[in-house]
Design a protein around this ligand. Structure first.
Ligand SMILES: [Zn+2]
Length: 404
């Protein structure tokens, strides 16, 4: 969700990536760092203008033309920096597509993969459409934090490195997906290009906002699965509910399941599960792809069908499978006269906290650059480490030894 203060945060983040950044340290900047700082400062107004321009183009995931247009705008900026940008059409996975841009340095020592996305959760019919300045350091708009601001930060950072003559030290691949908020299907096709780029990279950085604090890096991510519960009951007059041959109905069966998983799984660290949609009654129309449906039922008829759509997030594969097993066990204790089926669809895999990733964090510039990977509860986030003190090229070299 976008919230006020977002573009100020975005710019602060770019400073942290490129610079020692804190004013108190400004005196210790070397000539290159001062040049980078100056380029960033000069670039802020243009970056804000680009942010405003792209935020005002609706790019809700299912607005394919809007997502492509934002890709075209960001692609043009990357081409201006010497990247070869190309558009991957998303017809194969039912989405708009992805922007991929590559730039090879001269005598490059480090392969860098920079990741972002073009789409937002605000579709074309959302009332939230426009970039609005709130005061001189705050703006609101759809997708500023998540994550057009992050892409603008990425571009400003690359621009500053280019102007300082440091971009040629890197081979950079930028992947901006068009389906982060609602991933395309099949997932394998939707993520093929990103997965192909990953093994080539010494260092991968996602620019989506983490916890809103640019001093922290996020180095783990919970995996996400979807689940669908379909409960069935026997339709009959409500006056006969609970009769042995009629049972409790589909709505009570779904409620039993939800209540039981709530009571047995709630509170496990890092595990969350959320029923986000429920429909129940005599006849249902439900579209999982659209996240909507219709229900017909009467108060004097025992419900015949209930569908519940939810998600499940876990920090490790083991935790995910344990939670699934618990849900299967609970499922089997049906109310009389009812049945229920449960289906899981695994989406993103868990990325557990790893020592190798964390070891990059004390190196200050890398820490700042990697802060934005994912959203997690504060309890799993690493502490930010010491203040920044190195210029980017030194950091890149050191980080290239980390097998994250
Ligand atoms: Zn996002």
């Amino acid at each position: 969700m976008t919230r006020p203060g977002s573009f100020a945060l975005a710019i602060a983040a770019s400073l942290l990536w490129i610079l020692p950044a804190l004013p108190a340290q400004a005196a210790s900047l070397n000539a290159t760092e001062k040049k980078i700082a100056a380029v960033v400062d000069r670039g802020v107004p243009a970056s804000l203008a680009l942010l405003e321009r792209t935020v005002n183009v609706n790019s809700g995931t299912m607005n394919f033309a809007g997502v492509a247009e934002v890709g075209r705008l960001f692609g043009a900026e990357l081409e201006r920096l010497g990247f070869e940008a190309h558009w991957i059409d998303g017809v194969e996975f039912g989405r708009s597509g992805h922007l991929i841009a590559e730039r090879r340095g001269r005598g490059a020592r480090l392969q860098v993969l920079l990741i972002g996305h073009l789409d937002t959760v605000f579709e074309a019919d959302s009332p939230f459409q426009r970039f609005t300045r709130i005061d001189d350091s705050t703006a609101a708009g759809p997708g500023i934090i998540d994550m057009k601001g992050g892409v603008v930060v990425l571009l400003l950072a690359l621009s500053a490195l280019a102007d300082a003559g440091r971009l040629d030290r890197l081979d950079v691949t930028v992947v901006l997906t068009g389906d982060e908020e609602s991933v395309g299907y099949p997932l394998e096709a939707a993520r093929r290009h990103l997965k192909a780029a990953a093994p080539l990279a010494d260092l991968a950085i996602g620019f989506e906002d983490g916890d809103g604090d640019p001093k922290t890096a996020v180095i783990a991510r919970r995996g996400s699965s979807n689940w669908t519960l379909r409960a069935a009951g026997r339709a009959a007059h409500s006056s006969q509910i609970f009769r042995p041959d009629l049972g409790s109905g589909a709505v009570f069966e779904a409620a039993r399941f939800l209540s039981a998983i709530h009571d047995s799984l709630r509170g496990e660290p890092y595990l969350t599960f959320n029923p986000g949609l429920i429909l129940g009654g005599t006849t249902l129309g439900y579209s999982a792809a659209e996240g909507r449906g219709t229900a017909f039922g009467k108060s004097n008829v025992i419900a015949e069908s209930t569908v519940v759509a939810g998600d499940l997030r876990a920090l490790t594969f083991e935790q995910r499978e344990r939670a699934k097993a618990a849900m299967w066990r609970i499922l089997e204790r049906h109310h009389p006269g009812t049945d229920a089926r449960l289906e899981f669809e695994d989406r993103y895999p868990p990325w557990r906290p790893a020592r190798a990733t964390g070891s990059c964090l004390p190196n200050s510039t890398a820490r700042a650059a990697t802060w934005a990977l994912v959203r997690l509860p504060p309890s799993i986030r690493r502490s930010p480490g010491p203040p920044m003190s190195r210029s980017p090229p030194e950091c890149w070299t050191e980080c290239s030894t980390v097998s994250a």
